[in-house]
Design a protein around this ligand. Structure first.
Ligand code: ADE
Length: 184
């Protein structure tokens, strides 16, 4: 079933050459969201991966916190957290979250930006996964891992709908990365 899921979801991805800039083929996950069956397939596949791979590999029985990255990780994280009976914690671009925040600078295609997480939103030692729609150069996922580290915890795994492994973003990360569908 897993292989059929992957083929099916891959077939739905939108591809937009030269968006948002020349040379980039933008991979769009929203066609998956427009299909109730595809959306069910996506979340069921992710939960199956977590319960059969992520948790046993770490000798754990549950995930405590799903961390979702600004902005499409906000669409994936809460439904996944609901299915896992876990908490959801957002990582946002600077200046959006109220109260005391932990902050980390990260590298983008051009220059740097700042990611923030509300302080004390993860307890030390909680089991944490990070989710986003796509891993490219891995800068934002790496920064999310550093924010989780500043809360006294550690990321078990980084999950993505789409991976672009030729960009080697996963090699920057301090835990395994999993992507359902491969772009090229
Ligand atoms: N973010 C970085 N690279 C991307 C791509 N090719 N498609 C969609 N989102 C991206």
């Amino acid at each position: 079933r897993a292989k059929a899921d992957v083929t099916y979801l891959r077939s739905l991805l939108g591809e937009y050459p030269d968006f948002p800039q020349p040379g980039i083929v933008f991979l769009d996950i929203f066609p998956i969201f427009r299909s109730p069956f595809a959306l069910e397939t996506l979340f069921t596949h992710l939960v199956h991966h977590i319960t059969t791979v992520t948790l046993p590999r770490n000798r754990l029985s549950s995930i405590d916190v799903v961390v979702g990255l600004d902005a499409r990780g906000f669409l994936l994280g809460p439904p996944l957290a609901l299915r896992l009976h876990a908490a959801f914690v957002p990582v946002r671009k600077k200046g959006k979250l109220p109260g005391e925040c932990v902050k980390v600078e990260y590298e983008k295609e051009y220059g740097t930006d700042m990611f923030e997480m509300q302080a004390h939103s993860i307890a030390p030692g909680q089991s944490v996964i990070v989710i986003d729609d796509l891993i490219a150069t891995g800068g934002s996922a790496k920064a999310a891992g550093e924010l989780v580290g500043l809360q006294g915890s550690k990321v078990l795994e980084y999950l993505f709908v789409v991976g672009l492994p030729f960009l080697k973003g996963h090699e920057k990360l301090d835990a395994p990365a999993y992507w359902m569908v491969e772009g090229d």
